[in-house]
Design a protein around this ligand. Sequence first.
Ligand code: ZN
Ligand code: CU
Length: 503
Amino acid sequence: MAAYDLVIRGGTVYDGAGADGVRADVAITGDRVQAVGDIAGRGAVELDATGMAVTPGFIDVHAHDDIAVLLEPEMACKVMQGVTTDIVGNCGSGVVPFGEGMMRFSRMYPGLTLPSWDGYPGYLDRVDEIAPSCNVAVLMGQGTLRMGTAGLERRPATADELAQMLAWVQAGRDAGAVGLSTGLIYEPGRYTPTEEIVTLARELAGGHGLYASHMRNEAGGLLDAVREAIHVGETAGIPVQISHHKASGPEHWGRVRDSLLLIEQARARGVDVTADQYPYTAGSTSFYAVVQNGAFRKTAKAADEPQESGLGTVRAEDVLFASCPRRPEWEGQTLAALAEAWDLPPEDAAERILDVEGQAAFVVIFMMDEGDVRTVLRHPTTMIGSDGLIAGEKPHPRLYGCFPRVLGRYARDEGVIDLATAVHKMTGMPATKFQLRDRGVLRPGAFADIVVFDPTTIRDTATYEEPKRYPEGIRAVFVNGVAVARDGAHTGARAGRALRRGR
Ligand code: ZN
Ligand code: CU
């Protein structure tokens, strides 16, 4: 008789809380870790982890897979890189109310149809019914809530509209959503006054979730935008998560030192502010939003709109089309190349693309400084989030490579952070912040979400040219005690659950 279901033997265990690795065996029965140390009893399955790192499963705090986990529940792009929990609903983009959620995600899944759900309680139940390969936690996207009440109106919400949004937030909070997210460069989030966000955020006071924000500006207005995010959390009395912390546009590079200082000052006052980051110098978003925020825009901005681009200066050669559902032949081409082929200035080429694709095209944009990426990664308030978007044939490579890139390139090869710190930023740190109980740590009693990888070979192989490539060096990935990936192949197992805050 085996004493345990599984014993991972002889690896170097990183506990996820930031401690250095120690040589230990890990025993698992059912969905929980039973013991860590020198384990005499045998496992029904024995995994020799000699030379391997054994860590808690990675938590992707910045995901947009709300619909992907239902339609592509094996979630290979994530579990193959060691992600065992996906936190969806970022950047204000959510799935409640259902109709507006479908509208939003049909940009990624043209022709999308699904049986409807009722609010976040219904969505979380649906995730449990489908059972994806990874666990899923959800943020409530404020942009979609507002779309479902005030539509695209550029004004504060009325009392009735606000009451409806509050009702959705209360129901979602009680069902276990992990917080509220905003996307303040997007429609209709950008029309939301700060105090309206505070009103919604107050519903989460007292430890019932956090505020995550894709801020109003990541370029010239970065510092004011950080102040606004902090103000929301501080006034409402809830923790703050700054999404994909960066300074966008060459004229603003280096400014992350000041934004990090603002975070430090707020923390010194007792506000729980942290951030997430993907380890690349390119971002990715909808092309419509890029133009609307002032890059390659032909029409003049309204007087009440910020006149400077919220992305800083963007050059046409730095904009790469990731997804063009109507003209897939544009995918992998830059705006500069398309403009040249059409013999048009970039602004006219942009207009032509929007005429054809509407809001459905997504782009990769090179707009960050490598030095800034390292400065942010090194900072103790930064955790890891991929911000991956499943769309088109040339998605941003972060969708497939984010976590191994931090471990391989930034920790091992460049020594920007040490391995234990890198693991902490993708496990224990996010689990604490997002209140994912018994996750993100490797100790007896914790859920058996575990990654076994070779620290000497782990690396991302996804590139901008060939983004859909799985990483190397990951030996095994377990979700709730079940192997979902072994030796570079998905096992097909769907062991994930909906995670409800604090439960
Ligand atoms: Zn975002
Ligand atoms: Cu995002």
